[in-house]
Design a protein around this ligand. Structure first.
Ligand code: 13P
Length: 249
């Protein structure tokens, strides 16, 4: 099933989140796609009350690796599952870029999320500089190798988010996103084999300036299982159009 996830980043108060769901819910009521809203921590409890009736799943944008402890400002996996949160974004490039996130910590978060039954959405992707230097593939493979040590690769979602495409309007061409995602799939399939894990197809999403006017082309690509959407998920109508995409032939 295609996964269409919205990453609200640091947007929306509780009342804004409620108004959004009221408008958005009916627009996606008939979809057979897995719709996920990854909201700020402060809106999760409010959304958790409203979303079950809509079939929309709830996600967070980060999680600590311990269940509890003296970690001022942090949120643990059981605190999220207690609210009904099902998904959690891990290793988003904005966390790596602005908050010192490392591959080691991404690995700890992934394992903790899985331990508590959360489905992680692991983000990987290259900078423009890395792309221009021909380092895209090597960088992504290194990110995966470090993030996935001891992780059950059959129980996570991966999002390919080239940093140069995030928030820029400069979407990665669909064929190129398809190519890189194919490469990621090859690598995780290999890891599944090595670890003798169930060879389930891992859901791999594309993220970076996904909009109503490019979703149909992206979702027509055979390797792209869904999308992770930032700014276009903030408006209920534009996100509903993305959820209700129609792949071009
Ligand atoms: P935009 O869709 O705003 O480019 O953001 C993408 C993103 O970072 C999703 O996690």
């Amino acid at each position: 099933m295609a996964v269409i996830a919205g990453n609200w980043k640091m947007y929306k108060t509780r009342s804004e989140a409620l108004a959004y769901v009221q408008e958005f819910g009916p627009l996606v009521a008939n979809t057979d796609r897995e719709v996920v809203l990854c909201a700020p921590f402060t809106a999760l409890a409010t959304l958790a009350e409203k979303l079950p009736a809509t079939g929309i799943a709830l996600g967070a944008q980060n999680v600590h690796w311990e269940a509890e402890g003296a970690y001022t400002g942090e949120i643990s996996p059981p605190m999220l599952t207690d609210l009904g949160v099902q998904y959690v974004i891990i290793g988003h490039s904005e966390r790596r870029q602005y908050f010192g996130e490392t591959d080691e910590r991404v690995n700890l978060r992934l394992k903790a999320a899985q331990r508590y039954g959360l489905t992680p959405i692991l983000c990987v992707g290259e900078t423009l500089e890395q792309r221009e230097q021909g380092l895209t593939e090597a960088h992504i493979l290194a990110q995966l190798a470090q993030a996935l040590v001891g992780v059950n690769v059959s129980r996570l979602i991966i999002a390919y988010e080239p940093i140069w495409a995030i928030g820029t309007g400069n979407t990665c061409p669909a064929e190129e996103a398809n190519r890189v995602i194919g490469l990621i799939r090859k690598e995780v399939t290999l890891l599944q084999q090595v670890a003798q894990q169930t060879p389930d197809r891992v859901q791999i999403l594309y993220g970076g300036s996904v909009k109503p006017d490019n979703i149909d082309e992206l979702m027509a690509m055979p390797e792209i299982d869904g999308v992770l959407v930032g700014s276009a998920s903030l408006d209920p109508h534009s996100f509903a159009r993305i959820v209700n995409y129609q792949p071009v032939a």
